[in-house]
Design a protein around this ligand. Structure first.
Ligand code: GPU
Length: 761
């Protein structure tokens, strides 16, 4: 009897074929957990702790089976019994523990850390209702809670508990662990998610995200990024952040003591990577814990400095956290005191250098500044981004600490983004270049086939099948029909003005006019958007509204709808991404140059054989470098231009708005048809914003964008050459494996023992 049959029989006393998908899901959950429990533990002295407010891990069943090496065995047995793993995974809710690229990166990193055989856990919080679920109603985004936790899940209750002391409360935490398995590797790591037992969600009214933000005891771990547009919201974020880091720091100390540390040598036992500023309070907290255990302040500070490294993920100033000292005094006075001492200490070392102060002239503590002074490493997430940090945003820090600065270009895990999301392409690669790429991420041997007609045809067939798969998925998930014979053109990411979804919408208006004028595209075009807007971010919600209204106008127009379709995928998440990305022909990476630190979706599209349409921003620069100018479409002002424009206030939106090719497109937002279907207040506000302010300069690159898109669609008609260039993209994607990224982190920053070394680039 097989292992699976055995489990099924024990649980339900019936054969596999008589079980429901939900029953099989539960059995597979147990089976995987038991396998995990049987794996040996890491025994190395030094351990990594990856602190992150987000871990956007996606559904885990398939990925865990894959990493444990039993995917095929289980899948085949299920098929033989008339079952499908895909259907069974429908029973799993996607964990709502992240928001965007930063959270997904943390998930890819945990996979790669484990796969490379590095001893490292993730530290975060267990948000009961996650970010939020996006629902469209009357062409608007509504945000509703996402209660993703079910009775049986990947969360394992741990008996560890810690006291966390705030000014007004002392809480006892609880801890949930999620196992992380490595690919072809036998030692597991864990995600350690702290929580509070008194948080139940009971006081939430059904379907709303309004709750009493001052009721900390019941609401602390309810939501990721609770609305911080008021004072209570700001305090709640401080409560959350401190709760996360205090638990994490206590865990580090306990585990290090268990492994033999005497605390004075703590930096030999642990290294902390801070994923942007949300966990930066771990620095003063660790200092507090060490002084409480008898070490001097200065000695504690040195230990913490030697064990803490910081990653910056943005140059957008509104995302660089600055906490008013008065707020810190209100929530965590002891920590505020330590931050003041850290500030004094640093000011004594760099007298008069105001640009590098932790506490500024307005009494706000800059979390990034603290992390740079009191850590040993600061890295950006793509080469261009790291250069901008050194030359512009953080140049005063670079002047005093040149050796701390380094770059770690982001990466993505191939396990999820090709083996799991695009099995047909993965199998095709196996047969062409041998399955070795699964371990090494080396896809270069594929280049040998770039002129092989049969291979080119095969790649196009795989793409077509993935379009069919997406079609079916969209039909069942939101009742939308797309044409599988159309060009699939996708922009999926958080909705933000700097990412310029509004620019793509203006292009769509151009195309709409063009088709009305009789210029019908040879191949129909489907443009898909996906992404959530922060609910308090009005203009971003206006952009969603504009796109949804526009797509309705197009659907209603029989002259246009056979040739152009616009879909906004509702509640975009990892699960949707796994259907969207493999089906894409065109990857939209059109941020205003300098603003997108890296991007990681760009890498996933490339790996899945889409051609990139991009500005020279973030990691797009490195993608372009690898594939060559003939195999990518770039346009727009470069980052140096944009940085200069901001520095000199040199951009004036009306200069562009009044151009002949631009004005009619922007004014369409206020056309009778749009106003009839849409919400006048939202549309007027957006029109006004774009035509007068356009802070993220959508109009500056619009004409060039239109031209390059037209060229791209025209080029698509040469099917063989298009597919040939997709092959070249896939073949060059190896560098963007997160195994390479983690190998770099470990080599340059963490210096931990690493069991697997199969990294090619
Ligand atoms: N990013 Br800061 C987020 O997703 N959330 C954040 O709070 C911050 C950054 C993104 C960057 O915008 C994106 O360019 C990058 O690829 C990603 O982090 C991972 O580094």
């Amino acid at each position: 009897m097989s292992r699976l049959e055995n489990y099924v029989l024990k649980a339900y006393n019936k054969p596999i074929r008589e079980c429901s998908d939900a029953e099989l899901y539960r059995v597979l959950l147990d089976l995987v957990k038991d396998l995990g429990d049987g794996l040996p533990k890491h025994t190395t002295k030094k351990k990594l702790y990856y602190f992150s407010a987000e871990f956007l891990i996606g559904k885990l069943l398939s990925n865990n089976l894959l990493n444990l090496g039993i995917y095929d065995e289980v899948n085949n047995e299920l098929i033989a019994n008339g079952k499908s793993l895909l259907d069974i995974e429908e029973a799993e809710n996607e964990p709502s523990l992240g928001n965007g690229g930063l959270g997904r990166l943390a998930a890819c990193f945990m996979d790669s850390i484990t796969t490379l055989g590095i001893n490292g856990d993730g530290i975060g919080l267990n948000y009961h209702f996650g970010l939020f679920q996006q629902v469209f109603k009357h062409n608007n985004q509504l945000a509703v809670p996402d209660p993703w936790i079910t009775e049986e899940s990947w969360l394992n209750r741990n008996e560890r508990r810690y006291q966390v002391k705030f000014k007004d409360y002392t809480f006892t935490s609880t801890l949930y662990d999620i196992d992380v398995f490595g690919y072809h590797h036998d030692k597991r790591n864990r995600l350690r998610l702290f929580d509070l037992e008194s948080v139940t969600g009971d006081i939430i009214e059904e379907g709303t995200i309004h709750f009493d933000k001052s009721n900390i005891e019941e609401n602390l771990t309810l939501f990721l990024y609770p609305d911080d547009s008021d004072h209570a919201g700001n305090l709640l974020r401080i409560y959350q952040q401190y709760f996360m880091v205090s638990n994490g720091a206590q865990l580090i100390i306990d585990e290090a003591l268990d492994r033999g540390s005497n605390l004075r040598d703590l930096a030999d036992y642990a290294v902390i990577q801070i994923n942007d500023t949300h966990p930066a309070l771990v620095i003063p907290e660790m200092v507090r814990l060490l002084t409480e255990r008898g070490l001097s302040f200065d000695e504690s500070v040195e230990i913490v400095r030697n064990m803490t490294a910081f990653t910056n993920h943005t140059i957008l100033s509104e995302a660089l956290e600055k906490w008013p000292m008065s707020d810190l005094d209100e929530v965590i006075p002891e920590i505020a005191k330590i931050i003041r001492r850290l500030d004094e200490k640093m000011k004594a070392e760099f007298p008069g250098n105001h640009a590098v102060a932790i506490i500024d002239g307005h009494g706000r503590a800059h979390m990034a500044h603290m992390a740079i002074h009191y850590g040993f490493s600061i890295n950006g997430v793509a080469r261009l981004h790291s250069d901008i940090l050194k030359d512009t945003e953080l140049r005063h820090f670079y002047d005093i600490y040149p050796d701390k600065f380094n770059n770690k270009t982001n990466g993505i895990t191939f396990r999820r983004w090709i083996m799991d999301a695009n099995p047909e392409l993965a199998d095709t690669l196996d047969s062409l270049i041998s399955p070795e790429w699964r371990d090494t991420a080396d896809l270069k041997p594929l280049l040998e086939y770039k002129d092989d007609k049969a291979v080119i045809t095969k790649l196009r067939a795989v793409k077509f099948n993935n379009k069919l798969r997406l079609k079916k998925h969209l039909k069942t998930s939101q009742g939308v029909d797309i044409n599988e014979h159309s060009i699939i053109d996708i922009q999926i990411k958080r909705i933000h003005e700097y990412k310029r979804q509004q620019m793509l919408a203006l292009y769509i208006i151009h195309k709409y006019f063009d088709i009305k004028n009789g210029n019908v595209p040879k191949t129909p075009i489907t443009i898909l958007f996906g992404g959530k807007a922060a609910n308090a971010y009005t203009i971003a919600r206006d952009i969603i509204h504009m796109i949804l209204t526009l797509s309705q106008i197009i659907d209603n127009d029989p002259e246009v709808s056979p040739h152009l379709k616009v879909v906004f995928v509702e509640n975009y998440n990892v699960t949707h991404a796994q259907y969207l990305i493999p089906a894409a022909d065109i990857s939209e990476q059109i941020s205003l140059a300098s603003k997108e630190a890296s991007g990681t979706g760009n890498m996933k599209f490339m790996l899945n054989g889409a051609l990139t349409l991009c500005t020279m921003d973030g990691a797009n620069v490195e993608i372009a470098e690898r594939v060559g100018q003939e195999n990518i479409y770039t346009f727009g002002r470069d980052s140096q231009d944009i940085v200069n424009l901001y520095a000199t206030n040199g951009y004036n939106a009306p200069d562009y708005y009044y151009r002949d090719r631009i004005k009619p497109l922007v004014d369409f937002i206020l056309s009778p048809g749009m106003l009839y279907l849409g919400d006048e207040e939202r549309l007027r506000r957006l029109h006004h914003d774009i035509s007068t302010k356009d802070y993220f300069m959508a109009l500056i690159d619009l004409e060039e964008f239109i031209d390059v898109k037209e060229k791209m669609y025209a080029d698509y008609e040469d099917h063989d050459n298009w597919s040939r260039r997709t092959l070249i993209n896939i073949a060059n994607a190896g560098y963007f494996s997160s195994d390479r990224t983690i190998n770099d982190y470990n080599r340059d920053i963490w210096h931990l023992e690493q069991e697997h070394q199969d990294i090619k680039e």
